[in-house]
Design a protein around this ligand. Structure first.
Ligand code: SF4
Length: 335
C-alpha cells in the first residue's frame, strides 16, 4: 500500500523543502489539478490560520481529486467560518496548565515543553490553531525559566517536546536542549511529538538519529499520521533510521469525518505503520476547536468504528480510542 511517490526531494535538505511549501488555497488546488469551482475555499487570512502544505506531502495527493483525504486536511474551506460553526479557541484549556511560559503541566510525572512555535504543515483540525505561540515561544530567557521549573519538580520523569512541531528546531539546538534535559537527574524519558517525519521525512537526518540514539534517555518518537496515503517510501526510510538507533516509534491519529472515518482505512493504516516499525498508539476524537466542526463525527459512530477495528486486527495494532477532557488526570479512554 505504501506508494512509491517521486524521490525528487531526496537530494534536498529539509529546510529548503520547507521553504517551497504551498501557502495559499488557490495555489494548492492548482498544484493538485483541482478546479477552484469544485470546492468552496477561503484564504488562510480569512480563516485566521494560514494555509501551509509542504511539497512532499502535496505530492502524495491524488491529482484531480477534490475529495483527496490529504488535500482536505490542509485546504482552508468556507465551513471553517460558517456562522453556525461551534467550538472554542482553547478546547483543552491549556492556558490553565501553563505554570511558566513554554511548559504545559497537565498530568502527573510528565510535562510538555513547547519547543517550537510553528509547524511544517497546518492541519485544519488542529486544536492549537488559535494559539498565540508568540506568548510561549522558547526564547533563551524562557528556556532558562522552563529548565528551572523542571529542576524544581522532582516528580517529573518524562519531558515531551511539543509545539508547534519540535523537529522544526535545528539539529544543533535540539542537541543542546537534550543535553540541558539530560543534566536533570530525575528526568528519565524523552518523548517527541511530531508530524514532520510524515510530511517532510527528510527531516530525519543522520545527525538527529545519532544524537537521539546516544542520549541517556529512553527516547520515544510519536508521529502523527491520519491516513495510509500519507506513508510512502521516504517515510519508511526515515522510520528505519530512527529504529536503527533503538528509538521507540508510535503513531497518533485524529479521527476525522470524510478523511479517515472508515474501518478499512484505519485497518490499512495500522498494518502499514507496523510494516515500517511504528505501533498505533492513540486514535483521538476531534477536540472541539473553533473552525474544525466539519471534521467531527458522532461519538456513537466512533465507538462502532473502533469495535470493527478490534474485530479485524490483532490487539497490538488497535490504537486506543481516546478523548481529552480539560482537567482530567489523563486522556479519557473510550475503548
Ligand atoms: S502538525 Fe500537529 S500541532 Fe501542527 S498543525 Fe498539525 S496537528 Fe497542529
Amino acid at each position: 500500500m505504501i506508494s512509491h511517490t517521486s524521490l525528487q526531494w531526496q537530494s534536498s535538505d529539509w529546510q529548503s523543502i520547507l521553504q517551497t511549501a504551498i501557502r495559499d488555497s488557490a495555489e494548492l488546488l492548482q498544484a493538485v489539478g483541482v478546479p477552484q469551482s469544485s470546492l468552496d475555499t477561503i484564504t488562510g487570512e480569512t480563516a485566521g490560520f494560514a494555509v501551509l502544505a509542504p511539497r512532499p506531502f502535496v505530492a502524495r495527493m491524488e491529482y484531480g481529486n477534490p475529495k483527496d483525504p490529504l488535500l482536505l486536511q490542509v485546504l482552508a474551506l468556507q465551513e471553517e467560518i460558517a456562522p453556525n460553526a461551534v467550538g472554542t479557541t482553547d478546547p483543552l484549556e491549556e492556558q490553565r496548565f501553563t505554570p511558566v511560559p513554554g511548559i504545559i503541566h497537565k498530568y502527573f510525572g510528565r510535562v510538555l515543553l513547547m519547543t517550537a512555535g510553528t509547524c511544517a504543515v497546518n492541519c485544519r483540525y488542529c486544536f492549537r490553531r488559535h494559539n498565540d505561540y508568540a506568548q510561549n515561544i522558547l526564547t533563551p530567557a524562557r528556556l532558562n525559566e522552563a529548565l528551572t521549573y523542571l529542576r524544581s519538580q522532582r516528580d517529573i520523569t518524562e519531558v515531551i517536546l511539543s509545539g508547534g512541531d519540535p523537529l522544526l528546531t535545528s539539529d544543533r539546538k535540539l542537541s543542546e536542549l537534550v543535553a540541558e534535559l539530560e543534566a536533570i537527574p530525575h528526568i528519565q524519558r524523552l518523548r517527541i511529538h511530531t508530524r514532520l517525519p510524515i510530511v517532510i521525512p527528510q527531516r530525519i537526518t543522520t545527525e538527529l538519529c545519532q544524537r537521539l540514539g546516544q542520549s541517556r534517555f529512553q527516547v520515544t518518537l510519536v508521529v502523527h499520521c491520519n491516513h495510509p496515503k500519507e506513508l510512502d517510501v521516504e517515510v519508511g526510510l526515515a522510520m528505519a533510521q530512527l529504529k536503527a538507533q533503538g528509538i521507540t516509534l508510535l503513531n497518533q491519529t485524529v479521527l476525522l469525518k470524510n478523511i479517515n472515518n472508515c474501518a478499512a482505512t484505519l485497518e490499512t493504516l495500522s498494518v502499514e505503520l507496523f510494516k515500517i516499525g511504528v505501533l498505533p498508539y492513540y486514535l483521538h476524537t476531534l477536540d472541539p476547536v473553533q473552525g474544525a466542526a466539519h471534521f467531527a463525527q458522532p461519538m456513537g459512530d466512533s465507538k462502532q468504528l473502533h469495535q470493527t477495528l478490534q474485530a479485524r486486527l490483532p490487539g497490538y495494532l488497535v490504537p486506543k480510542l481516546v478523548s481529552e477532557i480539560p482537567g482530567g488526570a489523563s486522556k479519557t479512554l473510550i475503548y
